[in-house]
Every structure is written in C-alpha cells, then in structure tokens.
Design a protein around this ligand. Structure first.
Ligand code: ATP
Length: 204
C-alpha cells in the first residue's frame, strides 16, 4: 500500500515531510509519493511555478528514500483534480492499493472537491490533525474506520484519522516570514532554504 500526498507545496516544509514519514510507520506503507499540483483548484494560482515547487519537493525529500515525487499532475497540466489523478494512476497500476494523505483543513473541504465519492471508491483516506483546525467528523461517517491498524485490510473506501505530533508549519506563514526577512529554520531544511534564496523566491 502506498500513499499519495497532494498539495501545492508552496513551499514544501517540515510539517509535510514529518507527516509523510510518520504515516509510513503508522500504517506500514511502502512509500509516500508527493504530488505537487499544477493548478490547485481551491486556491489562487501560486506565483511560484510548478517546476520550481517540484524542485523544492525533490530537494526536501532527497534524504528519505521512502519519500518520492510523483509529477503526474504537473505532467498532465490543467486543473489538478485529485479524482482525475487517481483515475489515471489506478488505470496504470490496478493492483496497487492507494491511500490519499491530507491534513484536517483539506478533509473539511472534501465535499466541495470534484466527485469525492469516486475518490473514496479508488482510495482510502488518511487524515491528519492540524493545529488550529477542528476536524469535521460528519463527513462520510460510515466510511470512518475505528481501528487504524485495520486499514491494510482495505484497498479503498475507508477513512482513518491520524494524530501526529502537532506541527505548526504552514506554507502561507513561511511565505510571509520569508518576505519579512524573518527566520523559518524551524520549518525549512537548509537545502530548501538555500534553493529558495538562490532563486529569489518569496521575495527573498
Ligand atoms: P497553506 O498554509 O497555504 O494552507 P499548507 O502548509 O497547507 O499551505 P499545502 O501544500 O496546501 O501546504 O498542504 C498539502 C497538504 O498537507 C494539505 O492536505 C494540508 O492539510 C497538509 N498539511 C500541511 N501542513 C501541515 C501540518 N503542519 N500538519 C498537518 N498537515 C499539514
């Protein structure tokens, strides 16, 4: 079983990589594939190009062989709907069990995504708590799995809630701090920060 981790990653931060590494252990996953969106659907188009965001992901995951890049949404271009991505990936690898990894803020907006029921038909969801976000547990309640360790017995259709060590990193906060010349070393690794500065991203 693998997990796909969709996001804008503008920029990728330690909240993302730590979450991915924790869920691999918690659910005995083979890997987590980071899936940077080309055109995120539920937010304004990022100023930083998909290619630069993808390079940031590559740099951040480089120390961890269990974390991978999946450039399906960037290669496809256009609006990055999760359901379209899952469709393409399951057609290519029909035997692969897939989890879609997301934070509580993303889960709370699930019903506004394109064809969310189809997403559940093709994947399990691993939802992670996020500081300051109240998880909406009324979404698809019949799909909630009470015993997390049972997840490996289902190839799709189940939702589990994972409590990671709370991590306050957020891309929006990082962009703001970088723009003000403040320190972000708690949330970005040195190689990621160097790439950002080299390319003058986020007004650095
Ligand atoms: P922004 O601050 O602009 O909302 P972000 O930090 O959420 O950005 P995204 O690329 O949008 O970054 O996040 C991708 C996924 O990772 C989302 O599902 C989000 O909920 C989750 N995520 C991001 N940061 C954290 C965190 N600190 N803890 C748990 N989940 C997180």
């Amino acid at each position: 079983m693998i997990a796909l981790f969709g996001g804008t990653f503008n920029p990728i931060h330690k909240g993302h990589t730590e979450l991915a590494r924790e869920v691999i252990k918690a659910y005995e996953l083979e890997s987590v594939e980071f899936l940077p969106s080309f055109l995120p659907v539920h937010r304004v188009t990022p100023e930083t190009s998909a290619s630069l965001r993808k390079q940031l992901v590559e740099i951040a995951i480089q120390p961890y062989p269990e974390l991978m890049l999946n450039s399906a949404e960037i290669d496809r271009q256009g609006s990055s709907y999760a359901v379209d991505t899952l469709q393409a990936i399951t057609e290519k690898c029909p035997q692969q069990s897939i989890c879609w990894l997301m934070g509580a803020d993303s889960f709370n907006s699930l019903l506004s995504w394109k064809n969310p029921a189809d997403i559940l038909n093709m994947a399990n969801l691993i939802v992670c708590a996020r500081p300051g976000v109240n998880l909406d547990k009324t979404i698809y309640p019949r799909h909630h799995l009470q015993q997390n360790e049972q997840l490996k017995n289902f190839s799709s259709g189940k939702i589990v809630f994972y409590s990671m060590r709370p991590n306050n990193c957020s891309s929006t906060k990082i962009r703001k701090l970088l723009g003000q010349g403040e320190s972000v070393t708690q949330c970005l690794t040195q190689p990621v920060l160097e790439f950002i500065k080299l390319n003058h991203l986020y007004k650095t």
